[in-house]
Design a protein around this ligand. Structure first.
Ligand SMILES: Cc1cc2nc3c(=O)[nH]c(=O)nc-3n(C[C@H](O)[C@H](O)[C@H](O)COP(=O)(O)OP(=O)(O)OC[C@H]3O[C@@H](n4cnc5c(N)ncnc54)[C@H](O)[C@@H]3O)c2cc1C
Length: 319
């Protein structure tokens, strides 16, 4: 008996959220005395790394049909693997791809599905997890069935855990028997930007920046640091920045090594999405701003003076 994890990749490289999902699955497999199996297309680079996060076995699938991501095909790869290996649980990261695949996998296997999981099960009489509900506006505690379950884990909600061990790699040939209703012909990627959920450094700004026209200094600082940019909810609501940058309870959850918050008050709903960052630097004119309580380093100062000085210092250090 086993738990199956889907290992998602981008440009044939595994995503950080994949390692989190495997770390989660390995801990659950240990708790339930199950094997942790990981599956993905065969083309993905560096398959061995999956063992470092807890894969006991890696099942890859060779197929031209898996070259471009198509939800029905990827779901088929997963549910066929789950059925062939009598997997009690299937774990998928709650990324854009994961959200498209997971319901198909659950329906085809006739499994229950629990989406938006943000913590590891507590073990009382039954396993209980916390999941987001109502577009992340609230949380619910859910009892998990003992088997026949698909779980989606919110990226950046579980610690990466390195393991010792060498999982075996088994390669299969995959031929789809599903009727594909939609087909991806081309994938156009945004250029030069670090994806927010993958970024190790994030430069984020809030309403303190006064207007969309002032974001050039935020982007320049982010470029110099190799960082992604993010923003508070009101900023994306006012369309100063795209909604894809909105972090917090109703936005994206992130856990970078360094989060620089500029002109953001630090409301509880904002902290819900960024509070687990390893190091938090806050720049705010108001020394009473709640964000300073969550900060590792704080600068009480005007963003329009502090940020240009940071940019200048970084340029000097890099020249
Ligand atoms: C159900 C619900 C869900 C929500 N979800 C989210 C969410 O996911 N994410 C989110 O961010 N918010 C969310 N909010 C909104 C949240 O409560 C706050 O209103 C919001 O985070 C405030 O954004 P802000 O800090 O950018 O703006 P403000 O609260 O207006 O704070 C601006 C800050 O900038 C400082 N400042 C002003 N001028 C300068 C300057 N020149 N230099 C430096 N600092 C300056 C000010 O001192 C202040 O602290 C949610 C609210 C609700 C009710």
């Amino acid at each position: 008996m086993s738990i199956l994890v889907f290992a998602e990749s981008q440009n044939n490289k595994f995503k950080k959220s994949t390692f989190e999902a495997i770390s989660y699955a390995k801990d659950l497999a240990t708790l339930l005395d199950l094997e942790c199996i990981v599956t993905c297309p065969a083309e993905t680079e560096n398959l061995e790394i999956l063992s470092q996060y807890g894969a006991d076995k890696i099942i890859t699938h060779q197929s031209d049909e898996l070259r471009i991501f198509t939800p029905t095909r990827y779901a088929e790869m997963i549910y066929k693997t789950a059925a062939a290996h009598t997997c009690k649980h299937v774990i998928i990261s709650q990324t854009y791809a994961g959200k498209a695949i997971a319901p198909i996998v659950a329906a085809k296997l006739n499994y229950a599905i629990v989406t938006g999981i943000i913590d590891f099960p507590t073990q009382e009489e039954e396993l209980v997890v916390t999941k987001t509900v109502f577009s992340n506006k609230a949380y619910a505690k859910v009892h998990l069935p003992k088997e026949n379950l698909v779980m989606t884990i919110v990226p950046n909600s579980y610690e990466l855990k390195q393991q010792k061990g060498q999982g075996s790699i088994v390669n299969h040939t995959f031929t789809s028997s599903s009727h594909v209703l939609t087909k991806s012909i081309e994938i156009m990627k945004s250029k030069g930007k670090v994806p927010l959920t993958e970024a190790e450094i994030v430069v984020s700004a809030g309403r303190g920046l006064k207007g969309a026209e002032n974001w050039s200094m935020i982007e320049e600082l982010a470029d110099l640091l190799g960082a992604a940019t993010a923003c508070s909810k009101p900023v994306s609501d006012m369309e100063w920045r795209p909604h894809s940058e909105h972090v917090g309870q109703t936005g994206i959850t992130i856990k970078p090594d360094l989060y620089i918050a500029i002109g953001i008050s630090g409301a509880i709903q904002h902290l819900a999405g960024v509070g687990s960052s390893k190091n938090i630097v806050v720049i705010n004119t108001d020394k009473e701003a709640p964000f300073f309580k969550a900060a590792d380093y704080g600068i009480v100062g005007d963003a329009f003076e502090v940020v240009p000085k940071m940019i200048e210092a970084l340029k000097n250090s890099q020249s």
